[in-house]
Design a protein around this ligand. Structure first.
Ligand code: PMT
Length: 224
């Protein structure tokens, strides 16, 4: 039946933004609401899968049957994601992880100085999904997202290869009715030797199709 199709399959899904502290009252972040990742978690759980959701700071209720871990920063998400990934069959990185964080986090509030300019010194965060896909033991089937505003499919294909992913969802985030914070989305799912475009629809409906396509590709790969 539809509800028990994925029984026994273990998913780890990341969702939402990360926050990178600058001082005790300020941070760097992005517009991710968590809606897409939570919809994926809800869809997989509704199909009977065992789902761990690792979420950045969002305003969303935990979907039924989903085990949730909340984190704030990319470094925290990295640690939680790797811990869960090694006990998963399928890992989906839907979170909008900050690529950079402050090189130094001020311990007290930064004061406004007399200068008209302020330089922020940033350092690279770990690439979570590349670390998961690079596991040599207990590596899950790894699916990324690529949020792009231009040359969407070619940048997504590059990320599929460079991060050594099994599949990637190319997400054009230049469209006002799709992507970040919208209730709807449209993506093209890409893999080595194939692709499928899913037109603009609710994130719930899209998530159901994505989980079905991802699970199908996972079982093809596991049996070959
Ligand atoms: O949360 P919503 O408001 O519903 O919006 C959904 C979404 C637009 C955030 C989502 O559909 C999406 O596209 N998520 C990926 C956002 C992103 O940061 O993409 P990216 O192209 O920068 O990253 C590529 C991949 O690497 C992603 O799987 C990302 O999770 C991962 N990554 C990136 C940086 C990093 N340090 N670690 C990572 O794991």
């Amino acid at each position: 039946t539809a509800t028990s199709r994925l029984t026994g399959l273990r998913f780890t899904i990341t969702a939402g933004p990360t926050r990178e502290a600058l001082d005790p009252v300020r941070y760097l972040s992005n517009h991710s609401s968590g809606k897409m990742g939570f919809a994926l978690a809800a869809a997989a759980a509704a199909m009977g899968a065992d789902v761990t959701l690792i979420s950045g700071p969002v305003q969303l209720a935990t979907p039924a049957g989903v085990k949730r871990t909340d984190v704030i920063s990319a470094q925290q998400m990295h640690e939680a994601a790797l811990k869960a990934a090694v006990n998963s069959d399928i890992f989906i990185g839907c979170a909008a992880v900050a690529d950079y964080r402050a090189a130094e986090v001020a311990t007290s509030k930064l004061k406004k100085g007399s200068s008209e300019q302020l330089q922020l010194n940033l350092i690279k965060n770990p690439d979570i999904i590349a670390a998961v896909a690079g596991l040599t033991k207990q590596r899950p089937f790894t699916v990324g997202f690529a949020a792009e505003t231009n040359d969407v499919l070619s940048y997504a294909r590059k990320k599929l290869t460079s991060k050594k992913l099994d599949m990637i969802c190319a997400n054009d985030v230049s469209q006002p009715d799709a992507g970040f914070n919208s209730d709807q989305n449209a993506v093209t799912l890409l893999w080595q030797g194939g692709e499928q475009t899913l037109a603009l629809q609710s994130k719930a409906a899209l998530a159901e199709s994505l989980i079905t396509l991802i699970s199908k590709q996972f079982s093809n790969k596991s049996t070959t």
